[in-house]
Design a protein around this ligand. Structure first.
Ligand SMILES: *[C@@H]1O[C@H](CO)[C@@H](O)[C@H](O)[C@H]1NC(C)=O
Ligand SMILES: *[C@@H]1O[C@H](CO)[C@@H](O)[C@H](O)[C@H]1NC(C)=O
Ligand SMILES: *[C@@H]1O[C@H](CO)[C@@H](O)[C@H](O)[C@H]1NC(C)=O
Ligand SMILES: *[C@@H]1O[C@H](CO)[C@@H](O)[C@H](O)[C@H]1NC(C)=O
Ligand SMILES: *[C@@H]1O[C@H](CO)[C@@H](O)[C@H](O)[C@H]1NC(C)=O
Ligand SMILES: *[C@@H]1O[C@H](CO)[C@@H](O)[C@H](O)[C@H]1NC(C)=O
Length: 455
């Protein structure tokens, strides 16, 4: 039986338990809008190779864990993965951020580097400032370093929020998880130098930076000071998308430690999800539906909310686009036991879910398993989140209304994939909305409930 189409969803939601939390839209910032809002997964994400980016045999770092920056046998700059180049030096170090130059003595030769963990991706790297490491003080060195105007006793750590930062997925995959893995062992005794800063971005993640560093972040490009350090590290290391390999991270830290730090930073109460929900929730686990407004929309979101309430879930709907109020949004996500949404950057909010919560990724029609796997399925494991997926059938997809039944796009999605990312994005990501079959949806929720831990 066909579901009636074009039927108006009731304007008002009958269920009083449902609160629609509208988190404001990132897209208000026009710069971001131009780059990301039409494309929550910029080109390069799709080009992520399906195999792991980090090959532990090829990029084996020797030396005691946590001391990798001091290995004198290693060149100043070296690759720690296919995606990450890092430079580390000890000595007389003077950072002239305004001119993107770092004077180092001793240093055997000049180096150039971009401190953003996506080196294999030229599109992203175009938007990352390059820094030049300039030798001085040696017999053959001609550079005259500037005088220090601020001297720091702790190491400097330089990273960038250029590239694709601003898209929540990239914030965590390219910047924040690598930053955590690279600096947590310093115990707060580190001065962050942030390049390509966007003020709103730095404000949004400041509570996280405070957990990692006792000192205010320096906006290194727009600052006339010459910052001097006894030691500097430039660029985070990268293990896997939103993941950390504890056998290689200083102190053996894991993503679980990262999540603990996020909970501290944003004062999140819940460590573990529960089948009966949080206390005082009348034995109802909370379902958070991640809403999208432009593409990949749940057309029957309100009906979904009613079905979920009927299945004894405490339901919330939220659109996580503008995180000016991130602490509140983080608390909302942390209050959920099950989070469900159509593939998109908003699912990155799983970083705030309590352990053993269930993430249900709704996979749009179009053979997108590989994309949904590398972006959220694999990372969910490191996050200690139970992963489920809901494959949208053609019957549930708005594509059925756009094309005749035997259209190439509907019959041969993998052939569309051969035409490249732009084709995939246009056909299956930008123009598709979904109307979930409520019977399947309710069954999925029951399965999710069964996967939740009993209190
Ligand atoms: C919804 O899914 C159920 C179970 O898969 C199926 O029996 C039913 O026909 C579907 N309903 C619609 C309207 O497609
Ligand atoms: C989104 O964030 C911007 C930047 O902080 C803020 O000025 C704007 O009011 C927010 N958007 C909405 C719709 O509130
Ligand atoms: C890292 O790898 C890239 C590509 O293979 C290479 O161009 C670059 O020079 C390497 N960096 C270092 C410091 O060896
Ligand atoms: C300085 O340059 C000379 C001549 O090119 C070279 O022989 C010498 O090894 C260099 N010294 C250092 C410390 O690089
Ligand atoms: C240096 O900083 C000023 C702001 O203090 C900024 O206007 C200028 O563009 C910066 N120069 C460079 C090369 O980044
Ligand atoms: C969704 O589709 C993929 C690819 O066909 C399949 O591997 C996976 O098992 C499906 N998931 C579910 C829950 O049916």
């Amino acid at each position: 039986m066909k579901q009636p189409r074009g039927r108006q969803e009731p304007r008002r939601v009958g269920n009083a338990a449902m609160v629609v939390t509208m988190v404001v839209s990132l897209c208000v910032l026009t710069y971001i809008k131009a780059r990301y809002c039409s494309n929550p997964f910029p080109k390069a994400v799709a080009e992520v190779e399906v195999d792991e980016d980090y090959d532990s045999t090829r990029y084996k770092l020797t030396g005691p864990v946590g001391e990798e920056d001091f290995d004198p046998s290693r060149p100043t700059c070296y690759n720690t993965s296919k995606r990450s180049e890092r430079c580390a030096a000890v000595g007389d170090i003077r950072v002239d951020g305004n001119h993107s130059r770092i004077y180092i003595s001793p240093l055997s030769r000049e180096w150039r580097t971009k401190p953003y963990a996506r080196r294999h991706d030229a599109v992203a790297m175009d938007d990352v400032r390059e820094f030049t490491l300039v030798p001085f003080g040696g017999p053959n060195d001609t550079a005259v370093p500037p005088l220090c105007t601020r001297t720091h006793s702790v190491p400097g750590f330089l990273f960038s929020s250029g590239g694709f930062a601003g898209n929540l997925y990239h914030d965590y995959a390219d910047v924040l998880v690598p930053l955590f893995a690279s600096t947590n062992h310093l115990g707060g005794e580190v001065q962050f130098l942030l390049a390509d800063i966007k003020d709103w971005w730095a404000d949004k993640f400041r509570p996280l930076f405070r957990q990692l560093s006792r000192y205010d972040v320096i906006d290194v490009n727009n600052d006339r000071e010459v910052h001097c350090f006894p030691r500097i590290i430039i660029g985070s290391t990268f293990h896997r998308a939103m993941g950390i390999d504890p056998s290689r991270s200083p102190g053996g830290v894991t993503v679980a430690d990262f999540k603990r730090l996020l909970r501290r930073a944003f004062r999140l109460e819940r460590a573990v999800a529960s089948r009966s929900g949080a206390p005082r929730r009348r034995d109802r686990p909370r379902l958070l539906i991640i809403s999208r407004k432009s593409s990949r929309r749940f057309v029957n979101e309100r009906a979904m909310a009613r079905a979920a309430a009927a299945a004894r879930f405490d339901v919330r709907i939220a659109e996580p686009d503008n995180h000016t109020d991130m602490p509140n949004f983080a608390r909302l996500v942390n209050s959920a036991d099950v989070m469900m949404g159509v593939h998109g950057a908003g699912l990155t909010n799983m970083v705030f879910l309590p352990s053993r919560a269930v993430l249900v990724q709704v996979v749009p029609f179009g053979g997108l398993e590989w994309l949904t796997r590398v972006t959220f399925k694999d990372p969910a494991r490191d996050m200690d989140v139970t992963y489920m997926e809901y494959n949208v059938s053609l019957e549930e997809s708005s594509l059925r209304d756009l094309y005749p039944e035997d259209h190439f796009y509907l019959k041969h999605p993998y052939d569309v994939h051969k035409k490249g990312w732009d084709a995939i994005k246009t056909v299956y990501l930008d123009k598709q909305n979904v109307r979930l079959n409520l019977t399947r949806f309710t069954r999925t929720l029951e399965q999710a409930r069964d996967l939740l831990p009993t209190p």
